[in-house]
Design a protein around this ligand. Structure first.
Ligand code: ZN
Ligand code: ZN
Length: 340
């Protein structure tokens, strides 16, 4: 029988459609193997075309020191502008604000063909260090309320350029959705005196059925009320409100966990399009006890349709426990097992 499950963090209901449920392997979309060149002449993110991007914000040099491994540049088609003023105007029902903000592109690698799942762990750790460096710098700007770091991989995930890259958008407001989730976590803390994320991690580690992998510092798992198939959040095991609180040891561990989960998706589901996003406490809430940052990896296996748009409720056709078992069983190089 189908089952409705409620997301503990968001209070949103999800339909786990067991009657139309698919076995995880049935979700795989077989793709033609395509060869991607390591260097593309007219790609603005490829080596040699550095002059075609806006002036560089920062870079991690390569081992030889003659080029780069990771680069940050302003987005040429930025959603928000650092030149604008975050001035608010309210005219009865019309509320506006100057389009102030920062929109970075983080070029993950100089190699056009190399996707994150296949990069060495040390290289991914460098990308994460760049995320942290930009996150920290922008969080200090009093005009910035919230920093979102994300990656779009593949056309169904909204990527318009093939060269592997991530993005960061710093906004002068906290979105209603982020505010709402933050309030849920605060209300829980007020009532029970505990972080709802820490509580859930403890329960999930005891139960094990939805754990994909666990290391000393991170847990990757399927949510009990996962809205979409194979949606896999990665939580730090230590309570931290902000991504900026991550330590050097945790960055190295996260690089390993992120690579392993992305490689499991890549090999197990044949390189699905996906988004990942780092969900962290808004800048002014550093150190709070009620919110817990995490990385959310969302493979784009299904399309959002009318019911989802009309009801705000998702129909998930893969049972979360089956998705977790499937991902646990995908063997990848440098993989780490569940448990522990
Ligand atoms: Zn390129
Ligand atoms: Zn916590």
């Amino acid at each position: 029988m189908p089952e409705l499950r409620q997301n503990y963090f968001t209070k949103e209901w999800v339909i786990i459609a067991t009657d139309r449920a698919k076995r995880p392997e049935e979700m795989v979309k077989h793709r033609e193997a395509k060869t991607v060149a390591r260097h593309v002449e007219n790609c603005v993110f490829c080596v040699g075309n550095e002059g075609k991007t806006p002036p560089e914000v920062m870079r991690v040099p390569n081992a030889a020191g003659d080029s780069w491994q990771v680069r940050v540049v302003p987005n040429k088609f930025a959603a928000l502008s650092p030149e604008a003023q975050p001035t608010r105007t309210i005219q009865r029902s019309r509320r506006t604000m100057g389009g102030f903000g920062v929109h970075d592109v983080i070029i993950d690698t100089p190699d056009h063909s190399q996707i994150m799942a296949l990069l060495p762990e040390a290289h991914i750790a460098n990308v994460l260090k760049v995320y942290k460096s930009r996150y920290d710098a922008l969080s200090l700007d009093p005009r910035i309320a919230h920093v979102t770091i994300f990656k779009n991989h593949g056309g169904d995930a909204g990527a318009s350029l093939e060269h592997p890259h991530s993005q960061l958008i710093a906004t002068p407001v906290i979105s209603h959705q982020v505010r709402e989730r933050f309030q849920q976590a605060l209300a829980h803390y007020d009532e029970y005196g505990e972080c709802m994320f820490c509580q859930t991690l403890e329960e999930e580690m005891t139960e094990q059925s939805r754990i994909v992998l666990a290391t000393d510092h991170f847990v990757a798992m399927e949510l009990f009320a996962s809205p979409t198939p194979f949606c896999t959040p990665i939580y730090p095991r230590r309570h931290m409100a902000s991504f900026g609180d991550i330590s050097a040891v945790e960055i190295a561990d996260l690089a390993r966990v992120l690579k392993t989960v992305l490689a499991k998706l890549y090999h197990g589901l044949e390189n699905p399009d996906f988004n990942f996003t780092i969900r962290s406490a808004p800048a002014e809430y550093v150190g709070v006890k009620h919110f817990h940052w995490y990385v959310s990896i969302i493979p784009r296996m299904t399309r959002t349709a009318g019911f989802e748009l009309g009801s705000g409720m998702f129909i998930n056709t893969v049972v979360p426990e089956a998705a977790a078992e499937f991902l646990r069983n995908v063997k990848v190089e440098l993989g780490v097992g569940a448990g522990g």
